[in-house]
Design a protein around this ligand. Structure first.
Ligand SMILES: Nc1ncnc2c1ncn2[C@@H]1O[C@H](COP(=O)(O)OP(=O)(O)OP(=O)(O)O)[C@@H](O)[C@H]1O
Length: 471
């Protein structure tokens, strides 16, 4: 914990509360040593379009501007005088003591801004929020307050959603956070992940969060394209360039003008074409097949692969110069088995998405446990397919273990007949220690997620981990 000065403002929360609607007079008198600066700041922020709050060093919210109140404020409750971690996370302790990154602690240490992607509770439910915290210093360089700016991330949902990216597991959030960072720039992005991890959806998210969102998003699947087809698809051709070229045709590089070009499975691009791709990226120009005119390209490049491109460079199967050009900002997408805490939310999302029935299909807790324990080599695509199949058997609109394929049930999870199970996660006290050992050593799930996953209280989980020598 940083040594933060005690602030008497917490004791005056009620005074501040009255002023929630008019931030200029929000702070009570004895609030801070440098009160005039803070008051001026509060007045200034009121006119900002972005949601912002002012905090004292003891985590108390001193003021919230109109944009904040509109977006995050609850109709019946003021946030003034409340602890930020209680309002945003429903925690009883600061974020770092709850196992999360605390931007206030970091900003205090840095004496500078810190930025982090958090899941916040909002009146609409959990949401991804890009939080930036800036310390305000007095003339002695002591931190007297903080300004927090909150931007809701619209490219992903932290609760079940009928469309787009869904998730809130730590590794998913890390990838999403990287998207938020890189999207506004023109840097090429390389998405790395197994098949079905959502590379295309993430590429779309980069596009949508960028300044090119109004331009086209063009996908090129590089796998299975021959050299000549790849060239004519990408660059287009002139009339008469080859047999069958009866008219001039624009290539995708021309159609994408002002937008984002997504080259999926870039590792499958033939070596000869890699040179042409490199030239396009380096010069920003291209020529149609059979053409002499040099045309200007205007696109932002995103690539994706499930192949070990670095290794392919070593083996001479991928050009090193092209690799360095496109791999400026790699983002690793986690396989589903490393974000299994997201499975219930994803299941709900997929069942909503594909629902044509009047009655919504749900998944029995015992089936959900099996879905969470399976390794999903085909990732989200496989999950979606399994659900599509299972729902056909769910006559009473509840997917049970017997509706899942055998390979999921035989994944090492003890199978208990659905009828004997409650609709909530079961206590698997005598269940699969090996699975617990694997997940606990993996460090991908928090203790709380592990507990939910195994249907245990955190305290029981701790005891079991201890008995396994893992606590
Ligand atoms: N985080 C996510 N939330 C919701 N749906 C997702 C998510 N990630 C992927 N999907 C869904 O999973 C399926 C596979 O996603 P996508 O095609 O983007 O994967 P991919 O990694 O590009 O696959 P491939 O490498 O095989 O091309 C799609 O139906 C997509 O909508």
């Amino acid at each position: 914990m940083p040594q933060m000065p005690h602030n008497p403002s917490a004791d005056n929360a009620d005074d501040a509360d009255k002023a929630d609607g008019s931030t200029t007079a929000a702070a009570p008198h004895s609030i801070l040593p440098a009160k005039p600066q803070v008051d001026a700041l509060i007045s200034f922020l009121e006119h900002e379009a972005q949601p912002m709050i002012v905090l004292d060093p003891e985590y108390n919210i001193l003021a919230a501007n109109t944009a904040y109140r509109r977006q995050f404020g609850a109709a019946n409750r003021s946030v003034i005088g409340q602890k930020c971690y209680r309002v945003s996370h429903h925690y009883e302790v600061p974020c770092d003591q709850a196992g999360e990154h605390c931007p206030m602690k970091k900003a205090f240490e840095l004496k500078g801004p810190d930025r982090i992607l958090h899941i916040h509770h909002t009146p609409r439910g959990p949401e991804h929020v890009d939080v930036e915290l800036r310390p305000i210093m007095d003339t002695d360089m002591q931190v007297v307050a903080y300004v927090e700016r909150l931007v809701t991330v619209r490219t992903a949902s932290a609760r079940p959603s009928a469309e787009g990216l869904v998730g809130q597991a730590p590794k998913f959030n890390a990838a999403l956070s990287a998207v938020q960072r890189v999207a506004p720039s023109m840097l090429p992005v390389m998405l790395l992940g197994e098949s079905g991890t959502g590379k295309e959806l993430f590429a779309r998210a980069v596009h949508e969060a960028s300044g090119r969102a109004r331009g086209p998003f063009v996908v090129v699947d590089c796998s299975g394209l021959t050299e000549t087809l790849f060239e004519s698809e990408l660059f287009g051709y002139e009339k008469g360039a080859f047999t069958g070229a009866n008219v001039r045709k624009k290539g995708l590089v021309e159609t994408v003008d002002g937008g984002t070009l997504f080259l999926d499975e870039i590792g499958d691009v033939p070596l000869a074409m890699q040179v042409k791709l490199l030239r396009l990226i380096e010069s920003g120009t291209f020529r149609r097949v059979g053409g002499i005119e040099t045309l200007q390209a205007n696109f932002r490049l995103i690539t994706a692969t499930h192949k070990p491109l670095g290794q392919m460079v070593g083996d001479g199967r991928f050009r090193q110069d092209l690799y360095y050009r496109i791999a400026a900002f790699p983002i690793t997408l986690p396989p589903l088995r490393e974000r299994s805490s997201d499975i219930p939310m994803l299941v709900d999302s997929f069942l909503r998405r594909d629902s044509t029935d009047q009655q919504r299909v749900s998944v029995h807790a015992s089936a959900m446990l099996q879905l969470q324990a399976y390794a999903w080599p085909g990732n989200l695509r496989e999950l979606r397919n399994v659900l599509d199949r299972a729902r056909l058997f769910a006559d009473d609109h509840i997917i049970r273990p017997e509706h899942l394929p055998d390979f999921i049930a035989s994944n090492g999870v003890a199978f208990t007949p659905a009828s004997s199970l409650p609709m909530t996660p079961i206590d698997r006290k005598n269940g699969d220690d090996a699975e617990l050992r694997r997940l606990a050593s993996d460090n991908t799930l928090t203790r709380r997620e592990l507990a939910v996953r195994f249907g245990l209280s955190e305290r029981t989980l701790y005891r079991r981990l201890k008995s396994l020598g893992l606590a």
